[in-house]
Structure formats: structure tokens, C-alpha cells
Design a protein around this ligand. Structure first.
Ligand code: IPM
Ligand code: MG
Length: 357
């Protein structure tokens, strides 16, 4: 695999946050003498506007040639009226699926400096450190058959298929057990096995896998209870593993525990360590061009890239330390603003982190 990094700014605030993350990326490349090349391409609505499709073949070809991909965000009302296959989100789903990026890691970490920005009481969230591992290329997001059909009575019916094979479950299960081993050694598998067969098989398969990881304490939870427990007592969780749709929902909830989804990075990995790194938040069309977007989730995604695709813990630590120092200094975008802090722009946050690299 080459050492190229492909940058996909995407839509709305995507280019603004990517500008700052790329500044940080270039700074670590210089400081640590990394031999990598940065390339840029379009994805999402930006790609549709230029090429008529959300994930054009040249973007896909560059992605296949890269070790890591850094993505801003895709989507926005401008493209909502398009046919489903042409929508920006489909570009992202195609990229995830064609690159086999099955393991989505979404850490929800409470930065002590932001403890009062969470909507929950500080004692509930202080010290929070959860890793949600979401299966990303299967489940109901990709299950066939799917569609909208006309019934005999003339009424339309929408349908999707929720399915997981044992090998798909084992593959994501292993990532989760391995992650738990190097963290707090506790894994909670989330399913709806009281109602859905596909997730009953999920529970059975994860339970079988547990015999290979005796050092990890495995628990199971239904997704509705997990949603409640995340809000009630989030610190009971260490690593959470779940399917595509439940992971989408629970990771947004977990993000809000930390004060702002603007702080949450993510990594989506294939079996060889190629990864797509992106903030967990969306493209925020309401604040595009205002310099109000928080670039830290994207900057922290660069740290994850260094850790998982380049195996450079030292560089990841440097970036995370720089982010911590910027928060210590009281610089805040509106989403993480609190009393006596200094409100600054997207660019000022990016510059401040870069200066500390
Ligand atoms: C996410 C997003 C995506 C998803 C959308 C944009 C398709 O919500 O990464 O969580 O549902 O996976
Ligand atoms: Mg989501």
C-alpha cells in the first residue's frame, strides 16, 4: 500500500473543517518527516455538482490507491431532492462498502475542560471514555431486497432487509474484543435479540467468540435499554459493539454526552489497516461560511489516522495533546462555549492547534 492520503472535503462546512485538519496534517508531516503525499478529490454533493454522481470513479480510484482517507462531511438540503442513488450520502456509503471499511470506531471521550458543556450533570459524564464499535458495511443499510413497491391494493410499501452472516458478526466481534483487551477489558454487545432473528444470531455468535477472549468481560444489552443506560449511567460502558443502524443512533447519543458532536472523530477500517477518517457530525448547512464550525473532531480524526493507519502513536499523542492545550487555553467554538471562555473561529482553533504541533 502506498503512503498517500486522500482528502475529501465534501459539502457545506466540510471544506472549512478540512482546511484546519489539513493544516495540522501538514504540520505533523513536516515535524515528524513523514513520507506521505496528500491528494484531494470530490465526494458527495460537491462531486455531484461537478461530475453528476456523488462518488465518481476517479475519486474511487484514488481512494483505492491511498493508505488513508480524510473526509469532511457530505450532504445538505441542496441535494435532498435528487434521486436516492445520486444523493451525497450514497457517495459515502459506496466508499465505505467498496473499500470494505467494516469496522467503525467512534470514541466518546469527555475532555475535562468541557465537563460543563454537556447537557448531563458533570458527575455523570466526567472521565467518560467509551468506544463504540459499529459494523459499517452490512445490516439494514445494505441488505437486499430493498425498495418501495406497489401492493395489490395500490398502496405503496417501503421495505428493507436486516441481515448479518456469522462471518460478518465474527469479523466485527474480533475488532471489539481486541479493542477491549487494550482498554478496560469490558465489552457490551448491543442487539434486539428479543425481537429480531438477525440480532439473535448476533448475540449467539458474539457469545461463542467470547471463549477466545477469556480476559474480556462480555455483557449483552438490548438496544432500547442501551440507549437509556447511555444517558443514565454512561460510565458503565467501556467498549460497545453493535450493528450498523444501532451504531449510527447510539454513537450520536454518546457524542452528546461529551458536550458536542463537534468533538467526536471516527475511524472506519478495513482488514488491512486502510482507513477512512471523518468527524461523526454532519455537514451543518445552517452554519456554512460562518466560521462557527468546530474543526476539532476532524483534527482528532487525523490523530486517529496516525494511530490506526500509520501506527504512529507518538504523532497521534502529539495532536491530541495540542488539542488539549488549546482547550486549556479557553479557546472555544460556539458549540463548546461556556462562561469565561474565549469564542473564536474555526480558523483560529485550527491555527492554535497547528502552532502547538
Ligand atoms: C454517520 C452518518 C451517515 C450514516 C450518513 C451521512 C449516511 O449519519 O456516519 O453516522 O448514517 O452512517
Ligand atoms: Mg450518523
Amino acid at each position: 500500500m502506498t503512503s498517500a492520503i486522500l482528502v475529501l472535503p465534501g459539502d457545506n462546512i466540510g471544506p472549512e473543517i478540512i482546511d484546519e485538519a489539513v493544516k495540522v496534517l501538514r504540520a505533523v508531516i513536516v515535524k515528524f518527516g513523514l513520507d506521505v503525499e496528500i491528494k484531494f478529490a470530490d465526494l458527495g454533493g460537491a462531486a455531484f455538482d461537478k461530475a453528476g454522481e456523488p462518488c465518481p470513479s476517479d475519486t474511487m480510484a484514488l481512494a483505492h490507491q491511498s493508505r488513508a482517507i480524510l473526509l469532511g462531511a457530505v450532504g445538505g438540503p441542496k441535494w435532498d431532492g435528487l434521486e436516492r442513488e445520486l444523493r451525497p450520502e450514497q457517495g459515502l456509503l459506496k466508499l465505505r462498502s467498496q473499500l470494505g471499511l467494516f469496522a467503525n470506531l467512534r470514541p466518546a471521550i469527555m475532555y475535562p475542560q468541557l465537563c460543563t458543556t454537556s447537557s448531563l450533570k458533570p458527575e455523570i459524564v466526567s472521565g467518560l471514555d467509551i468506544l463504540i464499535i459499529r459494523e459499517l458495511v452490512g445490516g439494514i443499510y445494505f441488505g437486499e431486497p430493498r425498495g418501495i413497491r406497489v401492493l395489490e391494493n395500490g398502496e405503496r410499501e417501503g421495505f428493507n432487509t436486516y441481515k448479518y452472516s456469522e462471518s460478518e458478526i465474527r469479523r466485527i466481534g474480533r475488532v471489539a474484543f481486541e479493542a477491549a483487551l487494550i482498554r478496560g477489558r469490558r465489552l457490551c454487545s448491543v442487539d434486539k435479540s428479543n425481537v429480531l432473528e438477525a440480532t439473535a444470531l448476533w448475540r449467539e455468535t458474539i457469545t461463542e467468540l467470547a471463549s477466545e477472549y477469556p480476559a474480556v468481560e462480555l455483557a449483552h444489552m438490548y438496544v432500547d435499554n442501551a440507549a437509556m443506560q447511555l444517558i443514565k449511567e454512561p460510565k458503565q460502558f467501556d467498549v460497545v459493539v453493535t450493528g450498523n443502524m444501532f451504531g449510527d443512533i447510539l454513537s450520536d447519543a454518546a457524542a452528546m454526552l461529551t458536550g458536542s458532536i463537534g468533538m467526536l472523530p471516527s475511524a472506519s477500517l478495513d482488514k488491512n489497516g486502510r482507513g477512512l477518517y471523518e468527524p461523526c457530525h454532519g455537514s451543518a448547512p445552517d452554519i456554512v461560511g460562518t466560521q462557527k464550525a468546530n474543526p476539532l473532531a476532524t483534527i482528532l480524526s487525523v490523530a486517529m489516522m496516525m494511530r490506526y493507519s500509520f501506527h504512529r502513536t507518538d504523532i497521534a499523542d502529539t495532536i491530541e495533546l495540542a488539542v488539549n492545550e488549546v482547550l486549556d487555553n479557553g479557546l472555544r467554538t460556539p458549540d463548546i462555549m461556556s462562561d469565561s471562555m474565549t469564542m473564536v473561529t474555526t480558523r483560529e482553533i485550527g491555527d492554535a492547534v497547528t502552532a502547538r504541533i
